[in-house]
Design a protein around this ligand. Structure first.
Ligand SMILES: [Zn+2]
Length: 367
């Protein structure tokens, strides 16, 4: 091989300038740039026409790929005392910002812009988180809050060290064009971020979305997950097929029964999907090109409903001795997605029978 994608390689080269700018408070590069282009270089409020052409190009290159762009996704923080890192918006624990991981809680937070040092206090040598909300949480939101604390409990806030910016999954303190190029060419990382961005936008009830979210974070108590946490189990076999270990990936994607459900679902919707080894890739690619992006969020909603219904039936088999039935899983998902659409008044004229017979026509009618 050895052939490089020239466009992407140029992106990686150019982005080095941006890295220099954001990673150095002071220094030669910053001085040169600021004397030439002014101190407001990175001010987002500055109208575009006052920004230099060169800088605009640079920002554009870094935004490539949609959303906040590929560059921003590679920039992480190594946490010190939390004086620079924004609690919700920056990536400082795990691979994703807390804002995209916990969108619901973010919208409820009183202090969306706060730095980490303002979201907690030192009690002696112990750091205590202090989060405040705009209103009382619903039950499922309290569950999210518990998940949030579980997620940040391993954060290592230090009393005296400064926060520093690091780059890429390798957490390098200096920018590497080669690593940037490698990450740019690697689609999996994109899918990982995209899957979290999609979850809370998908058209489904919040409790259903929350199940998907827990699955993606591997927080769903499958037998494999429980035994990994040290819970004594008589068996770790999949509750549906009893043939393989019940990991979330097996249960929702690889299990022969999950495969049956997905293929029935695709038959119902009338489209094909390439085989995926990763559940998040499966979710991201679950869409039809001929409908709008808003309408595709209905498909994402159906996907999350399928996931939930597989989980529900798995529990019914385990606790109520029911038997596995792929058709029934699909039917429950069809009902749940239709109820949501009805509830949101997106469907004025479509009956449940319409939904079962012509789902794509119904989806296309949504404005
Ligand atoms: Zn199985």
């Amino acid at each position: 091989m050895g052939l490089k994608d020239v466009r992407k390689f140029n992106f990686a080269l150019l982005a080095k300038w941006r890295w220099r700018f954001i990673s150095q408070d002071k220094g030669k590069w910053r001085e040169v740039l600021e004397s030439k282009y002014g101190v407001e270089l990175e001010c987002p409020q500055l109208p575009v026409k006052y920004q230099s052409r060169w800088w605009r190009d640079l920002v554009k290159v870094c935004r490539e790929g949609g959303g906040e762009g590929w560059f921003q996704k590679e920039v992480h923080w190594k946490l010190g005392r939390g004086d620079k890192v924004r609690f919700w918006e920056d990536v400082w624990i795990g691979d994703t910002s807390l804002k995209s991981l916990f969108q619901r809680l973010y919208s409820l937070s009183v202090y969306q812009e706060y730095k980490i040092e303002d979201v907690g206090v030192w009690e002696g040598s112990e750091w205590k988180w202090r989060l405040e909300w705009r209103r009382d949480r619903f039950e499922w939101e309290s569950e999210l809050e518990a998940n949030l604390f579980e997620h940040i409990v391993r954060a290592d806030v230090k009393k005296t060290k400064n926060d520093i910016r690091v780059w890429g999954t390798e957490e390098l303190e200096t920018y590497s064009v080669n690593v940037a190029y490698k990450n740019l060419s690697n689609g999996t990382r994109e899918a990982y971020h995209a899957s979290f961005e999609f979850i809370w936008k998908a058209k489904a009830f919040p409790t259903i979305l929350s199940t998907t979210w827990r699955v993606f974070l591997n927080r769903i108590p499958t037998r494999e997950a429980l035994s990994r946490r040290g819970v004594q189990m008589s068996s770790v076999a999949c509750v549906l097929c009893e043939a393989k270990e019940e990991s979330y990936k097996h249960l929702f994607l690889e299990c022969e029964y999950a495969q049956q459900v997905w293929s029935l679902c695709l038959k119902w919707l009338g489209f094909k999907l390439v085989q995926h080894n990763d559940l998040k890739d499966h979710f991201v690619s679950f869409h039809i090109p001929q409908v709008s992006s808003k309408q595709n969020l209905v498909l994402k909603g159906i996907w999350t409903a399928i996931l939930r219904c597989i989980w529900d039936q798995r529990n019914s088999i385990l606790f109520k001795q029911e038997v596995v039935d792929a058709e029934e899983i699909l039917q429950m998902a069809q009902l749940k997605s239709w109820l949501w659409l009805k509830h949101k008044a997106a469907f004025h004229s479509h009956s449940f029978a319409d939904w079962l017979l012509n789902p794509v026509i119904c989806i296309k009618s949504i404005k």
